[in-house]
Every structure is written in C-alpha cells, then in structure tokens.
Design a protein around this ligand. Structure first.
Ligand code: GLA
Length: 349
C-alpha cells in the first residue's frame, strides 16, 4: 500500500503535469457508521468513524471565476463557470463539486476560480461516503484558494445542503460531519439535533473490519426517500396529540405504545426502529467508555435485526455477511452500515 506521503506527492506531481503549477492538497476521509442508522434525519444520535480511505483535492487559484475540475478516477475534466446564471446538476460526479461551490457562494463566500485535481480511494457507491468526502475536500480546497477560513460545522451543513438541494439526495448531516471532525482511533458520537459531539476511544484490542458485498440494489435511493417520508408522516400524526414532538427524536417507546393504533403498521415499525436505535447508541457509547466490547457487539447485532425487520433496509447479501461474521470466533459484533440495500457491513473484531 502507498504511504500517505507518497500519495500526497503523487497528487502534486499529477497536478503539476496537468496544470503546470505546484498545488496545495486537501484530504477528507470516507466513513463507516458503527451504530445509529437512519437516526440522523430524525434529529437523533449516530456513531460513525472516519476511515483510512480518502478523497484528495489538489488545488491552485485562478484569476477568473472558473473551476476546472479534473477527476483522475473518471479520467475526465469539467469546467464550471461560477458566474453562469445557468448552473445545474447533470447527474455526474462533478455535481458534488458544483454543489458545494454553489452552497458556499449562496452563503456569502465569494469564491475565486480554481484548478482542481481529484484523486481518491474511497470505494464509490459502497455506502462509505465517497460523495461526502469529495464535497468536504472540495469545500476545503475552494475556501483555501479563495483565502477564506474553514468553519467545519458550517462546511458540514453546506455539504448536506449541496446533496439535498443540488444533487437531490435527502441525506442527513452524519456523513459530512464525520468527514470534517473524525479523528484517528476514535468513534464520533454526534447528536444530530444540537451538533454536539463526543470522540470516544475504540480500544486497540479491537479492529474495525469492513466487508463489501459489492452489490447495489436499485431500490437504494428511492427507498431512502420513502423511509424519510414515513418518519415525517409519523411526526405529523403523533404531534397532533403530543405537541412537543418535532422529530422522532422526541418520541418515547411509551408514547409509541400509547398511539400504536393511529399509525399504519409499517410506519409504527419505522418509529420503533428509530426510537430503539437512539437508545442503542447511548448504550453503545457507555459500552465503549467502559471498554465493554462484548456489549458493544451485542448492540450492533440488535441494530442489524432492527434495520432488517423494522426498518426493512437490509438485503440478502448484507444479511449473509452479518450471519457469517457472527459465527466467527473473535468477532464481537457485525451489522450493515450506511443507508442499506447495498454496500458494506462493519465488524468489530
Ligand atoms: C446515508 C445518509 C446518511 C444517513 C445514513 C443512514 O448514508 O447519507 O445521512 O441517513 O444513510 O443512517
């Protein structure tokens, strides 16, 4: 494997060969989620960790308002004119660069043009957040080449908006947030309502092992939006009797038991997943603090069952990898990670 220093040098040399200048290089990690799935957009708790796969963006400023973005992954160069009145997504990798540039501009950052070269080793479409890593690294590069400081919380929020408003995916804040704030050897427990977070040590006795199913079912993005809509529907119904309920974060299991009859059976099960998953994240954080890896692993297993049965976002390939992993000696816990219907499992080993 190439060292990080060798990768940095490669990025600089490729950039020099393409643009004739020596760039600065910005790097953002992909992520794996240890526990707390489909809770971020319900203003709940999540516990992702940054991983050792990154997107790198090498950049220099230009004297005009153009972005020339070269992706070494797709061997393609795209020109974006920041002054154009007709900036719109094209269902293309460059939408992520365009998206964060548009959100930075809309939030009052007058950007300079830039030459950008994108490199990376986060597997694409595997649920490890290559898109958030590309947005965050591009955001750092665009702000730095324009001589502006980076406020990481604001950047994470703008990356989420870029995905929601430009790319058209209704994702939560988890992925860009951990790409901005994740630290080596630690899990990040985030309260998606207040954006307060805690870095929790993952004992060096444990390794995080990611297994990739290599599948992507076409259901992935459509079902994601359906789940969001079901959660919103539940909040609408429950808030009629429970006016303090703004998000599923505010609903307890006792509330749910009391109002079961008012919800469609599938919507009831979506709620049960979200409420119990928030409780599991709190327990999992406790377990990590006490270095109780067997307990952490049991909670991961419960999370997977809840995602499979109540939230219905797993698939046969993810279930099989989890089942096989759980039988191996030395595996504390295994579950699907990310939005579901594709991608990877996370195993604490
Ligand atoms: C995707 C989204 C995240 C989160 C997860 C599910 O990864 O990008 O915001 O909702 O699904 O936990």
């Amino acid at each position: 494997m190439m060292t990080e220093k060798a990768k940095l040098q490669e990025a600089q040399e490729q950039f020099k060969a393409r643009f004739g200048q020596w760039p600065r290089v910005y790097r953002a990690p992909g992520r794996v989620n240890l526990i707390g799935e489909h809770t971020d957009y319900n203003e709940g708790l999540v516990m992702p960790a940054a991983i050792q796969f990154h997107v790198w963006v090498a950049a220099t400023a230009r004297n005009d308002h153009k972005l020339l973005a070269h992706s070494t992954i797709f061997s393609e160069i795209v020109e974006i004119d920041l002054q154009s009145q007709d900036l719109r997504p094209k269902n293309h990798w460059s939408d992520y660069v365009l998206g964060i540039a548009m959100m930075l501009e809309q939030s009052g950052h007058a950007l300079r043009g830039a030459n950008l070269m994108i490199l990376g080793d986060v597997p694409i479409g595997s649920g490890l957040s290559s898109s958030a890593a590309l947005e965050v690294a591009s955001g750092f590069a665009l702000l730095a080449t324009s001589g502006m400081p980076v406020d990481r919380t604001e950047l994470a929020k703008l990356c989420q908006r870029a995905e929601n408003e430009v790319v058209g995916a209704r994702v939560g804040i988890m992925d860009p947030f951990v790409s901005c704030f994740g630290c080596s050897g630690q899990a990040l427990m985030l309260d998606c309502r207040t954006l307060q977070y805690d870095l929790l040590p993952v004992s060096s006795e444990a390794q995080l092992v990611i297994c990739n199913t290599m599948v992507k079912h076409s259901l992935a993005s459509g079902e994601y939006n359906t789940r969001r809509a079901e959660c919103e529907e539940a909040v609408r119904v429950l808030s009629r009797c429970l006016p303090h309920v703004r998000a599923l974060r505010d609903v307890t299991l006792a509330d749910l038991a009391h109002h079961t009859g008012e919800l469609q059976p599938s919507v009831y099960r979506r709620c049960r997943h979200v409420i119990t998953e928030n409780l599991r994240v709190t327990d999992a954080a406790d377990a990590l603090r006490k270095n109780d890896l067997p307990k952490f692993g049991r909670l991961m297993g419960e999370s997977h069952c809840s995602l499979r049965q109540d939230y219905e976002v797993s698939c046969a390939e993810l279930d099989l990898l989890v089942e096989l992993a759980q039988k191996q000696p030395g595996v504390y816990g295994s579950r699907m990670t990310g939005g579901g219907f594709r991608g990877c499992t996370i195993n604490v080993v």
